[in-house]
Design a protein around this ligand. Structure first.
Ligand code: BGC
Length: 266
């Protein structure tokens, strides 16, 4: 039994990494998926091809989620293809790291623009449709589900990454405020807080055995995460199995948020 049968899902930034895994996991559960990308048509087409090869439905649509006109066009294209939206996964995100005093305004604005403003713009468009259409009982008990891709850095401060940590802290209260405001419309809004997951965004942190060993000192469960770990969590949060979960961040991090430094000290 497919848990998301017939539902239309948009996964932003799904041409690689966590987004690609989430798109494939949702499709495997029967969702029709819009694979959004900003700069990598090849990656997005590969995700679409993989989904189709397994009997699923997907299309690739280009849009930079930090730009309002591009987001509006993304939703138009989604509605042309699938008529509606049931699931939004606000996944698109990036890092532009630097020491705080070297951080340029441009890098600050790019990170806040994609990671935070992009989530606002996409969630606003999805919520409008959820409210207008309401619950379709054959598909889900909820009128719509929004899943924000946050990070352990919505709670863990991160030197050298002030723009990124600020964007994820912002996502936390954006998510909770939306959840509070939209709940009466039967819309559920939750976040996933991934820890260190093996993707291109943090290649330096796991690529060599030395880097991986150092990273593992921050992960009590003693393995680096796989994008599929996040795909499984996204399916659960999008499905009716989590129908009473609203306004929560589900950390999928092997215990990174458990203050591992205190395992032997304190
Ligand atoms: C960042 C990764 C980092 C992980 C754990 C994520 O949000 O994008 O670069 O490895 O958090 O620190």
């Amino acid at each position: 039994m497919q848990r998301l049968k017939g539902q239309a899902a948009l996964v932003t930034g799904s041409s690689s990494g966590i987004g690609a895994a989430v798109a494939k996991s949702l499709a495997a559960e029967g969702a029709k998926v819009v694979v959004n990308y900003a700069r990598s048509p090849k990656g997005a087409e590969a995700v679409v091809a993989e989904i189709k090869a397994k009997g699923g439905e997907a299309i690739a649509v280009q849009a930079d989620v930090s730009k309002e006109d591009q987001v509006l066009n993304l939703f138009e294209q989604m509605y042309e293809a699938y008529e509606t939206i049931d699931i939004l996964v606000n996944n698109a995100g990036l890092q532009k790291d630097s020491a705080f005093t070297d951080m340029t305004l441009a890098d600050w604005n790019t990170v806040i623009g994609v990671n935070l403003t992009g989530q606002f713009l996409c969630a606003r468009e999805a919520a409008k449709t959820f409210i207008r259409r309401g619950v379709v009982p054959e598909r889900s008990c909820a009128a719509g589900k929004i899943i924000c891709m946050s990070s352990v850095h919505e709670v863990i401060p991160w030197a050298g990454h002030c723009n990124y940590a600020a964007s994820k802290g912002g996502v936390m209260l954006l998510m909770k405020s939306m959840a509070q405001e939209l709940a009466p419309h039967k819309i559920r809004v939750n976040s996933i807080g991934p820890g260190a997951i093996k993707t291109p965004i943090n290649r330096d942190a796991w690529e060599t055995p030395e880097a991986e060993a150092s990273l593992l000192t921050l992960i009590p469960y003693n393995r680096v995460g796989d994008p599929v770990d996040i795909g499984k969590a996204a399916v659960w949060l999008a499905s009716d199995e989590s129908d009473y979960v609203n306004g929560a961040t589900l950390f999928v991090d092997g215990g990174m948020t458990l203050y591992p430094g205190f395992a032997t000290g304190g």
